[in-house]
Every structure is written in structure tokens, then in C-alpha cells.
Design a protein around this ligand. Sequence first.
Ligand code: C2E
Ligand code: CA
Ligand code: CA
Length: 696
Amino acid sequence: MTPMRDFSIRTRLMLVISVLLVLLTIVATLSYRGFQSLSHSANDLVDRKVRLALLANRANQHSQTAANHLLRLLLTQERDARVPLYAAMDDALGAADQALKQFEAAGAEKEIAGDMVTLRALRDSYGEAFQETVEQIELAGPHSAKGHFEKETEPALMSLLAATDRLAVTLQDEMQGEAQRLTAEAETAQQRIVIVGLFALLCGAALGGLIARGISTPVNEAAAIAEGIAAGDYSREIPSTGNDEIGSMLRAIGVMRQRIAEREAHITRIAYVDELTDLANRAGFLEDFSRTDRTNGALLLLDIDRFSAINKALGHSIGDAMLRGVAQRLKAVLGEGDLLARLWGDEFVLWLSSADEHNAVGAAERIRSALSEPLTLDGQLLDLDASIGISLFPLDGTELSQLLRRADNALRWAKRRHSGVALASHEDDEQTPEHLSLIGEMRRALTEDHFVVFYQPKLDLKTRRVTGAEALIRWRHPERGLVPPGKFIPFAEQTGFISEITPWLVNRVVRDTARWHREGVQLVISANLSTQDLLNAELIEGIFAALDKEQLPPAALCLEITESALMDEPELALKHLDLLAQHGVKLAIDDYGSGQASLAYVKDLPVHELKIDRVFVTDVDTKPKNAAIVRSTVLLCQELNLSVVAEGAEREGEIKWLTQNGCDMVQGYGVAKPMPMEEFDQWVRKYNQPNSASPL
Ligand code: C2E
Ligand code: CA
Ligand code: CA
């Protein structure tokens, strides 16, 4: 940049204006002085030369007048008549002399000094000749003097007049020369003024242009930078600038741009990045995904098993550290073009570009095995398990929302089946036309009373009495016969229809139980709750209302939940469990051992009973591994004051083993299969008769 830029614009403008003012002053002074000298010279010229010419003329005139008087004298014979003429003649000669003297005094210049000598000589000789003629007139009479006059005086006068005339002409010539010189001088002055004027004009224009450029160039740069900022381009170089106002403006723009960029980066970060794991968040993932080139690929939706339980049992800081650990491990499986984000809570999403079904399942298995390496957090070893749902592009959808939904369904499917990984196409298996017609049929089944409740007894192994039963739903289908719950409950859960089935079942159960109570058959009846049921506040209210209406003590009702029921929205589910427990309703953990539940978190739940899953009970008397699991569970439950129910005991050996190992209750074909209400009613009355011979 020019050194000019070190001065402020104000200073620069003042500088330029000052320079222009000085130049204009010079022009004005030059013109003034030029014209002053011209007028001076002109005055001089008029004064002197004109006066000289005038004096020369006057001298001539007076000389001629004197000569005329002399001529008249020559013609005048009488002496007396000549006397006044002498006087007039003297006057004329005196005046001529006077004029010549003045001429001499005024024209004391070198140029005409020579002429003056000649002129004076001529005047003297004329004067002498004149005097001689006068003397002759007086001595010899006018007539004889006439000859002298013609011979001497007249020629002397002529010479004098001629010389005077010549001098006048010379003076005139000189005057002309002088005038020409003055004209030339005036022209030179004019040219000089024009040149200086033009120079001032050019100077002004150049300086003005320089300043204008010095202002407009950086202002344009500033405008371009501002436009760049508006367009999100922060890379434009800000010119290193001078110390003037524009320099400060550009520096301010630079600072402003930096701040804007920082703030924007911060906002973008907050909007698109998950603070906890540093991965993209949901919005970031949508953004990144929209920018991928897709021909095929797989979307993996991952959910950590038991996360809310771990979070609750070990605290949020461990939970957070765990999520960071998971993020770290997930990052390791990413290839080029793959995306990873945390959608919310413990749910992560991966986009594996160009993965097919085979690759995707392989990647999912790799992720699961990477996660299963125990994680050390705060000195604690944590085993992690995750379920993964996979949807494939373009097979399962081309829109992200579609892919996410399908992957989510697959994830739920994987969780329900404890399969770890599931493809969206599996979830399809359940969406057969047969299933679709099911929903309408289920609705009809409810209104036409085709659902029935079977009761399966629970035997107290210490008292050998049946103290309770589990209510299990069946569908008495007009064409298909008795449909087991496994065939329609999962579908009812998926479609939300479960929210109509459960209230119906609970009402039926409360009604039956209340009747038994009135008739002296004291039973605690269990009903199964699904995940959505636990989030349904209306259902909880409905349960209380039903208990109230039937005047059934709440402790006569037990609700069975699986730990997966607590996964979706643990806060709300727990709130409802607390409400139920406070009301006095009993709660049981169902299928214990098959899922991810651990006693560490079960102990914090307001539950009263634990039902060990059938897989551990089967052959418990012959399989040491099962025996070990059941035994330790029984011991822990005793510690925690939970009653233990063994599910699915079919053989006498199993029941005997369970009795000997301190199990509280048993439920299984070994005691009885689930029965319709009326059948169970008779069965239980008979079984609990004091003198009845129990089958066991
Ligand atoms: P669950 O809660 O584990 O119920 C116990 C299941 O084990 C019942 O199957 C029962 O018939 C079966 N079972 C009992 N003892 C034995 C045995 O000794 N051996 C064998 N092999 N099986 C035995 P069911 O009735 O088919 O019910 C299946 C599942 O359907 C239930 O598993 C429960 O999760 C669900 N379910 C049943 N009724 C309802 C209901 O009203 N609502 C909800 N949400 N789910 C229900
Ligand atoms: Ca159950
Ligand atoms: Ca069960």
C-alpha cells in the first residue's frame, strides 16, 4: 500500500486542498504581477513616448509659427508694424525652445541621445540663421533680408522640422516595437498562467484520483469481504492496511469476521455435535447423510442393553463415561465414507456406505464383539451388550426417515428376541398379510368376547398350597381354534393394539380374583404387562379403578414385567411402577435370566417377586450349570427379600430339587397346565382342600 495510507483521509484531503490552494495562489499572483507589469509598461509607453512625440510636434509647431512671423516680418516695411511681430516671434521661439528643453529632459534616454545632439545643433543653426535674418531686416530692410531668409533660415528650419519629424517617426517606431514587446510579454504571461493553471488542474486531478482510489479500493475490498461473510466465506484475505480510517474499518471487519466465524462454529457445533461423545447428533447425522452419495449401504441402529439400569445403579457420570467408551469403540469400525452419530440416550446410528446385507451383519457382529470387551470405568469392570437393527438402502427404503424407522423396528425385534442383531427384512416376516388382517380380527375378538383367560397355578413349595396363579390370554378363534398368545401378542404390541387388550384382561382378572376372594379362595393372581402398558398412565388409573370397584385388596393382584419393559422410557416406567407399588399392587420380574437383567438393578426396583426363566429351571436337577444359576438366584433373592418363582418345571425331579434348594414357588406343567377359569376354579378348590391328596 502507498505510504499515503498512513495518513488519515481527513489529513489527505486537507493536504490536497492546501496544495491546490497554493497552486491557485501562484497562478493568481503570476497573473496579477504579469498584468500589473504590462499596464505599467503600457503607461510608461503612453506617458513617455507619446509625450516626447507631442513635445517634438509642439516644438515644430512653435518653430513654424516663429518662421511664419518671420515671413510676415519680411513683408512688413514699417518699423512700427514690425514691433508686435517681434514680440510674437520671441514668444513662439521661446515656446519652441521650451518644448525642446522639455523634450530633452523627458527623452534623456540613450536611444535618442544622438538624435538630441543633432536636433539641438539644428535648432542652434536655425536660431542663428533666424537671428541673422532679423538683424538684416533691421539693418538692410526686409527686402534684402529676404534673400538671407530663403538661403539660410528657411533651409535650417526645414532641416530642423525634418529632423524633428524623423525623431517623431523613430519614436513612433519604437513605440510600435515596445507595443509588440508588450504583446509578446502578455502572451508569455498568458502561456505561463495557462501552463501553471493546467499544472494545478492536473495536480488536483491526480491527487483527487489518488485519494479517491485510496478510498474506493479498500472500500470495495471491504464490501467484497462483507459479501463473503454473508455468503459464509471467511477465507478472503483482509489486505494489510494503513493507519487511516479505512485501515481501522478493515481491521474492525477482520475482527468482526473472526468473531462471527467463531460464534458460527460454536453454534454449528451445538446444533450438530453431541457434546458428550463428540459425535454428530441427530441433526448432524441428517445433514451428513444428505451429503452422501448413495448407491447402496446399510443403516445400523444400535441400542445398549441395560443402559438405563446401569445408569441408575452406577450413576450418570459412569453412564456418560460408558457412552463415551462406546462412541470410541464404534469409531474404530468406521471406514471411509461411513457415518456415526448418537441419536439420543444410548441409541447410536451408523451408516455403512456401500455395505450389503452380508457386510452389514458382519459389521454388526464385529461391533457387538468390540463392545463386549469389558470396559473399565471408575475402577469397575462393565460388560456391555448391544442390540442392533439393520435396514438396507435401497431395499428397505431410500429416505432416511424410512431407513431409520425400519432399522428401529428391527432393533425392537432384536431386543424382543434377544437376538443381538436383526435385519429390517426380518421384521417384515411379521408383516405378512395374515398379520395385517389380524388387527381387524383382534378388534372383533374383543367386542365378540373371543379372548379368554387361562389360569396356571403357582404352588407354594413350603406350604404345598396353591396361593396364586398366572393369567394367560388365549384367543378362541372361530376358524383357527385356540390361538396361543405368542401368535398375536407380539403383533398387538407392535401395532399398539395391546393398549386395548391389557385393560380388558386386567378387568377380567380383577373381577375373577375378587369373586374368589368373596368365596374364600384367597389367591394372588398375576397378569402380564407389556412395555407400552407400563408407559400408559390411563391403564394404571384403570387398574386402580377396577380394584376399587371390585373391592379387591391391591395385594391380591400381581403384575409381571420384563426388564426390557423398562428400557424405552425408564423414567416414566419407574414412576408408574412406584405408583403401583405404593398402591399395594405386587410386582414381579418375569423371565429373569433370559434377558439382561441383573440383580444389581432389580434390587432398586419396587418389586416383590422374581420369576426364573424356564431355560434355567428345565433339568435343574441334572444340569449343574442351571442348578448353580438357580441356587445363587434363590440365595440373592432371600437376601433381598424377594420371593422366587421357578417357571416351567415339568418333572417331579425338578420340583423336588427346587423345594430342597429353598425356592418359594413353582409354576409349570409339573403342577398344572394353564386352564380356563371354570376349570381352574374347580381345580384349585380341590387342590387346596385340607385332606386332598395333592398330586405331588
Ligand atoms: P410367560 O409370561 O413366560 O408365561 C408363561 C408361559 O410359559 C405360558 O405360555 C405358559 O403356558 C408356559 N408354561 C408354563 N409352564 C410351562 C411348562 O412347564 N413347560 C412349558 N413348555 N411351558 C410352560 P403362554 O401361555 O403361551 O404364554 C406365552 C407368553 O405370552 C407369556 O410368557 C407371556 O409373556 C405372554 N402372555 C400371555 N398372556 C399374556 C397377556 O395377557 N398379556 C401379555 N402382555 N402377555 C401375555
Ligand atoms: Ca408371565
Ligand atoms: Ca415368564
